[in-house]
Design a protein. Structure first.
Lengths: 85, 729
């Protein structure tokens, strides 16, 4: 499935990154490499962009960019908000 | 003993605390300028330690040295071409893994590099333990722990840099990033080709050149052709192309992608060896703040509140010091006027220079306050959240989420708004935002609307003004889409944006930032504005020996005489009335003289010359002159109209002007057309000069003048002719 199809609170592993080379390289350089784990922190109030946690830091991507990243769902937990409640 | 000079460059990711360290090292002894040829800010500072004069250069914050963005090109070129004695890489220790990507690119560059593990206290509190000894050993790089905002570790950092500069050690070959066998094979082969074909004139590390060529780095390819000549470079580039082809065949993927992957693999190895993370990760302070600030329901209301507060602070609180400055300039102007004998020089200094420069100086409080707010947003980390919230909306116009703040500030004043585009990283986004910001109706345009809408639309004036503001926004959106698809095409910068942890801002950094901007504003604006004001003054004051069609002075004298008699003979209760009638008559004559002077001055002649252009949009020569003088500052449109439509300057905004306007043949439709024109046409001189400065090119400023004026004319034409077709007048 695609990263853009993930829901808040899910964790996924990156399988492949497609798209225009320049974008792809930028995504990789920010640490979103194959095999790395991403946590979907949240979608912006207007559903675009989305916020991810990868390698211990927070980064945001547009949905169109996330749609270039193929992932496998790893685990699912409730959204962060519920956890601290 | 002569002092020894050292040059130390600071590199690091954005948000790594680099600026704080730079500020703490150099204090206020900073020089802020631009890197040659680009609009990226360059900061330098000098310190003296242990008998060394140390120049510290703050490189732009980047995530990588892949030369895609201007910042990356600037940082890499500086290290390659200027060869600083030592490069200090500021690493956010709490974000170690990603920071090591840039760190390893620096190591590959073969410069003398030190890693400053900054904010180590934060990393520790997150349960992260970094073994600097092992890491330093594995990477072959000295490591110093620092806490930038407390100034800890900075003495040791500089001492380490001095020691490293004096020692011959370089990073041992075997400690560099190792790639997989196939890639190493290609690097080795290409490297021997490079060694064979190049000499001392191409002074870069051979392994690094081979790596870059395999990554198809355009800048290195170009430089090679330049330095060695196309024919000598050909065999090397040919070999690189062949090896790239081989690797692509083997991996079914571009080599640069594989290598980026493998660099992260190497980093993961370092992390395993040198970093231990305690089992339980703490609840993160920043994440909790974001639960509120980027919340689905609360995010926007809070954002709007912050923007409102910034607006209030900048323009409402700023209005007080503006008044003081205005009053101060008035006093100063009066003082100077008292010193100088009447004549041309006095007129030039008082009405030309002091009035002109004063009209710009008055923006200083706005600029100071605005940049205080913007620095606050940036330093706390809120700016990237604002971009996160707004990106969807701004993306519709082809812009980045961060473009929102400058555009909004445009409603206050375009000058600080355009300066605020510096927060945008991509040059294309920056230029596009600068080009459309002037369509945001700034506060200086409001007096014009008040006079015109008030005179011709009485009851519905508020609605008319609101529609004008709306029109400005619509034109900005359409222009954004148009310019993006025609002029500023190119690939949009990817929106891969870090959301850094929230931090408590440091007052010192805020103040330095604020002062830098303001200094730049004062220095650079001063010159252009000065010249511009003098030119407009000269155009409206010359020729000075006008042949008046009537003897105005004689008329005034006669009125004085007649009324002096009348007042002498009149009953005491009629005196007040007579005096005011006399004043009225004298004023009328004076105004007639003003009008004739205005018509016959150069600017009046220009106004009449361009009248045919404005005729189709329903603006007469007086309106044309008013619009021309509005180039200096838009408020001036009102006072010019006051003069030209026969009113004393002091009464420009009162009833008198309204009546005069109505009697002059101006109609509601032509007033509307004029307002639309004022909304959209050429931004004021200060804005134009700030556009030239921020885009780094006069051509963009000229383009903006032509574009906005063209749009204004077309829009006004549509309003005027369309209105006439619909039967309005």
């Amino acid at each position: 499935m695609l990263l853009s199809e993930m829901r808040e609170g899910q964790t996924a592993r990156i399988v492949a990154i497609a798209g225009e080379p320049r974008l792809r390289r930028r995504i990789l350089e920010m640490g979103l490499t194959r095999g790395s784990e991403v946590y979907i922190e949240k979608y912006a109030p207007l559903k675009d962009p989305l916020e991810l946690i990868i390698r211990g830091y927070h980064v945001s991507l547009r949905v169109s960019e996330a749609a270039q990243i193929e992932v496998t769902l790893k685990s699912q937990e409730g959204p962060y908000a519920e956890k601290i409640a | 003993m002569p002092k020894k000079l050292l040059r130390i460059a600071l590199a690091g990711n954005p948000n790594s605390g680099k600026t704080t360290i730079f500020n703490n090292l150099t204090g206020t002894r900073q020089k802020v300028g631009n890197w040659p040829g680009v609009t990226v800010e360059k900061k330098e500072g000098e310190i003296h330690r242990n008998g060394y004069d140390i120049k510290i250069i703050d490189l732009p914050g980047t995530y990588s040295l892949t030369p895609f963005t201007i910042e990356e090109i600037v940082a890499r070129d500086f290290i390659l071409e200027e060869v600083p004695d030592v490069v200090i890489d500021i690493i956010d220790a709490s974000n170690l893994e990603r920071s090591l990507y840039l760190a390893n690119q620096l190591r590959e560059l073969d410069c003398k590099v030190i890693f400053a593990l900054n904010m180590a206290d934060l990393a520790r509190s997150r349960g992260m333990h970094i073994d600097a000894g092992i890491m330093s050993e594995l990477l072959g790089v000295p490591i110093v722990f620092t806490v930038g905002n407390k100034g800890e570790g900075l003495t040791e950092l500089i001492q380490t840099a001095i020691d490293l500069a004096g020692s011959p050690v370089e990073i041992p070959e075997e400690r560099k990033v190792r790639y997989s066998k196939d890639i190493e094979g290609a690097i080795g082969e290409l490297r021997s080709v490079v060694e064979e074909r190049t000499d001392g004139s191409f002074p870069y590390n051979r392994r690094w050149v081979a790596v870059k060529l395999l990554e198809d780095d355009q800048i290195i390819k170009q430089r090679m052709k330049q330095v060695l000549g196309a024919s000598a470079a050909e065999p090397v580039l040919e070999a690189a192309k062949r090896l790239r082809g081989q690797l692509m065949g083997r991996f079914d993927e571009d080599p640069e992608i594989i290598m980026t992957d493998e660099r992260y693999g190497f980093i993961a190895g370092i992390m395993r060896e040198a970093v231990t993370t305690s089992a339980r990760r703490r609840m993160d302070f920043s994440r909790n703040i974001d639960l509120v600030l980027t919340n689905r329901f609360l995010g926007f209301p809070i954002f709007i509140f912050f923007i409102w507060a910034m607006f209030q602070l900048t323009f409402t609180l700023g209005a007080y010091p503006m008044e003081w400055i205005d009053a101060g300039i008035g006093v100063f102007s009066g003082f100077v006027a008292g010193l100088l004998p009447a004549g041309m020089l006095k007129d030039l200094i008082v009405n030309g220079i002091i009035a002109g420069v004063g009209s710009i100086l008055i923006f200083l409080p706005n600029i100071l306050l605005l940049f205080f707010c913007i620095s606050l947003f940036e330093d706390t980390g809120y700016m990237s959240r604002a971009a996160f919230l707004m990106d969807k909306i701004m993306h519709l116009i082809g812009l980045h989420g961060k473009s929102f703040i400058p555009m909004l500030m445009g409603f206050g004043c375009n000058v600080p708004a355009i300066m605020a585009t510096r927060t945008l990283e991509s040059r294309t986004d920056r230029i596009l935002t600068i080009m459309i910001t002037p369509f945001m109706s700034c506060s200086a345009r409001l007096p014009v609307y008040i006079v015109l809408a008030g005179s011709f639309f009485a009851a519905s004036a508020g609605t008319v003004i609101f529609i004008l503001y709306l029109l400005g926004i619509v034109v900005a959106i359409l222009s954004g889409r148009l310019l993006r698809s025609v002029l500023l095409r190119g690939i949009e910068a990817p929106f891969v944006m870090e959301l850094p942890p929230y931090r408590v801002p440091m007052l010192k950094s805020l103040l330095i930032h604020m002062w830098d901007r303001s200094k730049m504003f004062l220095k650079k604006m001063g010159g252009i504005i000065l010249v511009g004001s003098i030119v407009v003054w000269a155009l409206s004051s010359f020729p000075s020996d006008i042949n008046y069609s009537r003897d105005y002075a004689g008329q005034i004298e006669r009125i004085e005489m007649v009324y002096a008699e009348k007042i002498r003979d009149a009953a005491p209760e009629a005196v007040v009335d007579l005096k005011s009638r006399r004043a009225q008559m004298i004023r009328d004559v004076k105004n007639m003289r003003y009008q004739e002077k205005a018509r016959k001055s150069y600017i009046g002649r220009i106004g009449q010359m361009v009248e045919p252009v404005f005729e189709p949009v329903g603006i007469d020569w007086r309106g044309s002159v008013a619009l021309l003088t509005g180039f200096v500052a838009k408020e001036i449109v009102v006072s010019t109209m006051g003069v030209l439509y026969a009113v004393d300057e002091a009464e420009a905004e009162s009833e008198v002007l309204r009546n005069a306007l109505k009697n002059s043949g101006m109609t509601a439709l032509s007033a509307l057309s004029m307002m639309v024109f004022v909304l959209l046409y050429v931004p004021c001189l200060a804005t134009v000069s700030v556009i030239a400065r921020e885009t780094g090119s006069v051509r963009w400023a000229l383009f903006n003048i032509a574009y906005t004026t063209g749009v204004a004319w077309i829009a006004a034409l549509a309003v005027y002719q369309g209105g006439r077709l619909l039967g309005f007048s």
